[in-house]
Design a protein around this ligand. Structure first.
Ligand code: AP5
Length: 212
């Protein structure tokens, strides 16, 4: 799905309710930026411009991550792969571990809705729970539903200018993966314009119907 389609929202809920580990390359990169690591320093400017971080850095990040014990019962890749080179590297990583990709979920959202979703997004500074000014405000204004925290943050790349660049990167580099996975029979389409609970139900049905 394009930026703002709801990938993180749904992956987080699948993690909480199904015990599948959410591996978000965006979150991993933001953690690297925050820690001031060499990778974080290389990635920061690229992310702020809305461009994609080089394939070799992302592939190494995911390869190290899926080898960790918390991934042994399955994992959800959120925001990866995003280029053909990443998809091919994922194929190699999985086959060398005797694993296979069960499902690829495409989340479709009208482009006009994406900017509103992205520019209204914020999260709890303490626990990371995600919110939206209009679509998902905390039950008590200014207080995180999950942890009671009162500090919130907004992502640096969540502004209208960067969204345009992120959408361009999606169309040019990521959308070509749809036919790649459709040809393998693993691609399932979900209507990302529906309400969050309805999107979640669609994904659950998809996973249950094709469980192998
Ligand atoms: P990343 O963090 O992956 O950002 P993204 O793909 O642009 O996706 P978003 O996190 O913006 O959106 P989302 O689909 O998760 O939507 P969300 O659920 O939050 O990547 C950031 C950057 O890192 C990239 O630009 C790139 O530089 C780099 N990067 C990351 N991975 C990379 C890779 N593999 N290769 C190279 N570079 C990489 O929802 C958005 C908002 O909408 C929320 O506020 C939510 O509450 C609301 N919302 C969600 N669902 C609904 C709904 N159904 N109805 C109404 N509102 C909704």
């Amino acid at each position: 799905g394009p930026p703002g389609a709801g990938k993180g929202t749904q992956a987080q809920r699948l993690q909480d309710e199904m015990g599948l580990k959410q591996l978000s390359t965006g979150d991993m990169l933001r953690a690297e930026v925050k820690s001031g690591s060499e990778l974080g320093r290389r990635a920061a400017g690229i992310m702020e411009r809305g461009e994609l971080v080089p394939d070799e850095l992302i592939i190494a990040l995911i390869e190290a991550r899926i080898s960790q014990p918390d991934c042994r019962h399955g994992f959800i890749l959120d925001g990866f792969p995003r280029t053909t080179a990443q998809a091919e590297a994922l194929d190699r990583m999985l086959s060398s571990r005797g694993l296979k990709l069960d499902h690829v979920i495409e989340m479709t959202v009208d482009e006009a809705a994406l900017t509103a979703r992205i520019t209204g997004r914020f999260s709890c500074a303490k626990c990371g729970a995600g919110y939206h000014d209009t679509f998902k405000p905390p039950a008590k204004p200014g207080v995180c539903d999950a942890c009671g925290g009162t500090e919130f943050t907004r992502r640096k790349d969540d502004n209208a200018e960067t969204v345009t660049a992120r959408l361009r990167a999606y169309h040019e580099q990521t959308a070509p993966l749809l036919p790649y996975y459709r040809a393998r029979g693993v691609l399932k389409k979900v209507d990302g314009m529906a309400a969050m609970d309805a999107v979640y139900s669609q994904i659950r049905e998809t996973l249950a119907a094709n469980r192998t």
